[in-house]
Design a protein around this ligand. Structure first.
Ligand code: NOJ
Length: 749
C-alpha cells in the first residue's frame, strides 16, 4: 500500500516537473520569438540538403554560395543529408557563430533501418511481432546516428499499405493498423528514448501524412482516393499512435488525397493533426512536395504553393526553396497571417529546445563517441537478434529443415547467395556498401557439411551500388549448367532467390510480383535434377510464387535482413534459432489479386458459392498464397480452451486460451486475437487484429494466455471521424494466423 502511494507521488512529481519544464521552454520560445525579425522566422522554416564539403573551403560562387550565405545569416533552420560529427559541427558553426541570433540548426537524415550497423528493412522487422526487439533496433540506430552528429531521423514510416506493388512497403509495418500502431510506438520510443535532450537520442518523424501507402495501382507518388472509413480506421491510427507516443515531428506526403495534395491539406494538417489531436510538434514537407503542388494542378506557381502549404500547416520546406523566396511577400500582402508563421516557428524552436540544442549546439558532434559507437559489437548483437526474429518459415514439408550439421553435401545456388549488398536493402544511406554477411559466409560458420556454391544466373547487369534503375539480366544463362551440375550431386540444395536490394523502396514499384529475371527458370531447372530444395527468399515486398509453393518442399522468407543477414539465415536453417516470424502482409497467389488484405469487408455477395454471382475471380481463388499473420516453426502449437467472459459494466471482455507446444523443441509463437463486429452503423471488416502475444514455450509446455478487450479495441471511427462503440454481437477468433483460429462470441450491451 505504502509502496503504491510512493509510486503515485513519484509519478505526480514527475508530471509536475515536466509541466514546469514545458512552461519554462514555452517562455524561452516566447522570448526568442520576440527578438526575431520576420526574415529570421522564415529562415527557421527553411531546410536545405547538404551541398558542399562542410569541412573544406567556402564555396566561391553560384547556388552553393547562396545557400552558404543563407546559413550564415540565419536563413536556414535545418539541414538534411549532412552527416558525421566533424561535418555537422562545421555546418552548425556556420549558423551559430555567424547568424545574428545564433539559433542552432536541426540535422535530419533518413535513418530508416539502422545507420551504419544496418538492421532488417522495417517490413521484415514487423514480421518479428517483437516490440522490444523493434524498439531496440531503433535505439541502436539512434545511438549511431546521434554519434555521427545527427539529431533527427525521417522515420518511422507508418503508412499502412495493402499493395505489394508499391516499392515502399519495405519501409512500413505492413497492412494492419493495430500492428502498425504498436510498431509505430515502439519505433518512436526507440529513437527518442526517455529523454530527447540526451546526446544518444534523436527526434523521430511520423511519415507520410497521409495515405501515401494507398497510391493507386501501387505506383509511387500516385493519387490516393479513399473513403473516410478507410482513412479514419486504417490510415490515420498509426499516425495518432505516433503522436500519442510523443513523436517530435511529422512529414507530409507527395500524394494528393481525395483531390487535395497532402502538403496543402488543411483537413489533414490543421483540422485533424494540429486541431483534434492537439499535436505540438512541427510538420516538414516531403522533398520538394510544396513545388509539386504545381504539377498536381493545385497551385498556380511557387508563390501560390507557398501560401497553400503554410496555410495548411506545412511548417518546414524541404528542398522546394520556396518559403525563403516568397513568405515575406505573402505575409506583407496579408495572404498569410504572421500568427501562422509564428506558430510554425514556435513548433520548430520547441523541437530544438527539447533536443537541448540551445544548451549545446554541438552536443551530437563528438568524434570520439562516433568512432567508439559506430559498428559497436552490442549493435551487431542487436542486429543479429532482430534479423533472426524477422525470418518467416513459409513451408517445411517432410521436415527438410532444420539441416543436419554434418555429413551432408549442400549446394548453395542463386544470384543472392554471395550478395553482400542486397541484404542491406534500399534505405541505408549511411551504411557501407557490400558489408552484409552473405548467405555463403553465414553457412561457412557450419564447416562440417560440404558446401559448393554457384550463382546460376546473375540477377542484374552491371554495378550494384545504388543504381537508380536496376537492369535485370534477362538473357545470360551461361552459369546455369554449372548450377544444375552441383545440384545433381547434392543432398540438399539451398536456393537464394528474390529481389535485388534496389528493386524495392522509393520510386521502385513493380507490376509483376514473381521472381525477377531468369530466377524462376533457374529454380525449375534445378528442381528437375534435385527436388530437395530449400528456397530462401530475399525481397522487399510480398511476392507471388505459386509454382514454388506447389513444388518446393521448404521455403524461408528472409527479406533483406541487414548487416547480419547471412548469420541469421544460417542459424535458422541449421535450427540454432527456431523461426518465429509471422507475415505482416498478405502474400498473393497472383498480382491480379492485389490489393489483397485479411481485413476486407464481407460485401453483399460473399462466398464461396456454387454459382457465378458472388464476389470472386473466375480464374483464381479469393484466398491468398500465405495469409496475414502466417508463419511456421520447427515445433507445433495447439490452441484449446477458448474462454470468453461476459462484458463487465465498463465493457471489458477477457479472452483466455491455452497454448501448448506440442512438438519436440522449444519455440516461440505469436498468438493473435481478432474480432468481428457483426452489425454496425458503418460496415466492419470480417476480422480485425486486436491483440497479440509472443510467447516462448518449451517442448510439451502449456500456458494460459489472457487478452483483454476494452472500448479501445471494440469501437471504430464512423464517417464523421467520431470514435463509437456500438452494442451488438461480436465474434472472437484466436490462433497462430489470421485464418486458422478458434472462434467464439459475446454480446455487448
Ligand atoms: C523523400 C521521401 O519520400 C522521404 O521519406 C524522405 O524522408 C525524404 N525524401 C528525404 O530524403
Amino acid at each position: 500500500m505504502k509502496k503504491g502511494i510512493f509510486t503515485l507521488l513519484a509519478a505526480l512529481l514527475l508530471v509536475n516537473i515536466s509541466m514546469a519544464q514545458n512552461d519554462a521552454t514555452e517562455a524561452q520560445i516566447d522570448a526568442l520569438l520576440a527578438k526575431m525579425t520576420l526574415e529570421e522566422k522564415i529562415g527557421q522554416m527553411n531546410q536545405y540538403s547538404g551541398f558542399f564539403d562542410a569541412t573544406g573551403p567556402a564555396p566561391a560562387e553560384g547556388y552553393t554560395k547562396e545557400r552558404y550565405e543563407h546559413i550564415k545569416t540565419g536563413m536556414v533552420g535545418s539541414m538534411l543529408n549532412v552527416r558525421g560529427a566533424k561535418e555537422v559541427r562545421a555546418m552548425q558553426e556556420l549558423a551559430v557563430e555567424n547568424s545574428r541570433l545564433g539559433i542552432p540548426m536541426i540535422f535530419g537524415f533518413d535513418v530508416i533501418h539502422g545507420f551504419k550497423t544496418t538492421t532488417p528493412i522495417p517490413l521484415a522487422e514487423a514480421a518479428s511481432w517483437d516490440l522490444e526487439a523493434i524498439e531496440q533496433s531503433a535505439r541502436v540506430a539512434a545511438i549511431e546516428a546521434s554519434a555521427a552528429g545527427l539529431n533527427w531521423t525521417f522515420a518511422p514510416m507508418v503508412d499502412i499499405s495493402r499493395d505489394a506493388r508499391w516499392g515502399r512497403v519495405m519501409e512500413g509495418a505492413g497492412e494492419d493498423p493495430y500492428l502498425g500502431c504498436m510498431i509505430a510506438k515502439a519505433r518512436v520510443n526507440g529513437f527518442q528514448g526517455q529523454d530527447l535532450s540526451a546526446n544518444n537520442t534523436i527526434a523521430a518523424c511520423a511519415k507520410h501524412f497521409a495515405a501515401y501507402g494507398f497510391a493507386e495501382s501501387g505506383k509511387d507518388y500516385n493519387t490516393a482516393d479513399i473513403g473516410l472509413s478507410t482513412l479514419y480506421n486504417v490510415v490515420l491510427p498509426p499516425f495518432k499512435a505516433a503522436a500519442e507516443a510523443g513523436v517530435a515531428t511529422f512529414m507530409n506526403s507527395f500524394n494528393e488525397l481525395n483531390g487535395i495534395p497532402a502538403t496543402g491539406n488543411v483537413f489533414l494538417q490543421r483540422d485533424i493533426l494540429k486541431g483534434e489531436w492537439a499535436y505540438k510538434g512541427f510538420v516538414v514537407s516531403d522533398w520538394g512536395s510544396i513545388t509539386e503542388m504545381i504539377d498536381h494542378s493545385y497551385a498556380e506557381n511557387g508563390l501560390h504553393a507557398s501560401e497553400l502549404a503554410v496555410n495548411a500547416g506545412s511548417d518546414m520546406d524541404m528542398e522546394s526553396h520556396l518559403y525563403v523566396k516568397h513568405l515575406k511577400k505573402l505575409v506583407e500582402s496579408g495572404k498569410i497571417a504572421e500568427a501562422k508563421i509564428d506558430d510554425a516557428v514556435r513548433r520548430i524552436l520547441r523541437a530544438k529546445f527539447q533536443l537541448g540544442l540551445f544548451d549545446d549546439p554541438y552536443k551530437y558532434c563528438d568524434e570520439t563517441r562516433e568512432e567508439t559507437l559506430i559498428y559497436h559489437e552490442d549493435h551487431m548483437a542487436s542486429a543479429l537478434d532482430i534479423a533472426k526474429k524477422s525470418i518467416v518459415l513459409l513451408k517445411n514439408e517432410g521436415g527438410l529443415l532444420p539441416l543436419p550439421k554434418e555429413g551432408k553435401k549442400i549446394a548453395l545456388i542463386g544470384p543472392l547467395a554471395e550478395d553482400k549488398n542486397s541484404p542491406l536493402g534500399n534505405w541505408r544511406l549511411a551504411s557501407d556498401d557490400h558489408t552484409a554477411i552473405s548467405v555463403v559466409e553465414g553457412m561457412q560458420a557450419y564447416p562440417s557439411n560440404e558446401l559448393t556454391v554457384s550463382q546460376g544466373v546473375a540477377l542484374i547487369e552491371g554495378e550494384t551500388s545504388f543504381p537508380s534503375h536496376v537492369k535485370l539480366n534477362e538473357d545470360d544463362r551461361s552459369g546455369m549448367s554449372k548450377a544444375v551440375k552441383i545440384a545433381k550431386k547434392a543432398d540438399v540444395v539451398i536456393m537464394v532467390l528474390g529481389e535485388h536490394g534496389f528493386q524495392s523502396g522509393e520510386g521502385r514499384s513493380r507490376s509483376n510480383l514473381g521472381l525477377p529475371g531468369l530466377q524462376q527458370e533457374l529454380l525449375e531447372a534445378v528442381y528437375k535434377v534435385n527436388k530437395n530444395i530449400v528456397l530462401v527468399l530475399m525481397n522487399g515486398r510480398p511476392l507471388a510464387l505459386p509454382w514454388a509453393d506447389d513444388h518446393i518442399p521448404a521455403i524461408v522468407e528472409a527479406w533483406q535482413l541487414g548487416t547480419q543477414s547471412g548469420h541469421a539465415i544460417a542459424q535458422v536453417l541449421y535450427g540454432d534459432y527456431n523461426p518465429s516470424g509471422k507475415l505482416p502482409m498478405t502474400f498473393p497467389r497472383d498480382v491480379g489479386q492485389v490489393p489483397i488484405y485479411y481485413n476486407y469487408k464481407n460485401t453483399g455477395r460473399p462466398g464461396p458459392k456454387n454459382e457465378v454471382f458472388w464476389s470472386h475471380y473466375t480464374d483464381q481463388p479469393n484466398t491468398p498464397l500465405y495469409p496475414f499473420g502466417y508463419g511456421l516453426s520447427y515445433t507445433s502449437f495447439e490452441y484449446t480452451d477458448l474462454n470468453i467472459s461476459d462484458p463487465t459494466a465498463d465493457r471489458t471482455v477477457e479472452v483466455n486460451i491455452t497454448l501448448k507446444n506440442t512438438g519436440n523443441v522449444e519455440g516461440e509463437e505469436v498468438a493473435q486475437l481478432y474480432i468481428r463486429d457483426r452489425v454496425a452503423s458503418v460496415t466492419r471488416p470480417v476480422k480485425e487484429l486486436k491483440g497479440f502475444k509472443k510467447v516462448e514455450l518449451k517442448a510439451g509446455e502449456s500456458k494460459t494466455l489472457t487478452f483483454t478487450l476494452t472500448e479501445k479495441e471494440l469501437g471504430f471511427y464512423n464517417n464523421e471521424g467520431k470514435y463509437v462503440v456500438e452494442t451488438g454481437d461480436f465474434e472472437v477468433m484466436v490462433g497462430g494466423n489470421s485464418v486458422e483460429t478458434l472462434n467464439g462470441e459475446f454480446r455487448l450491451e
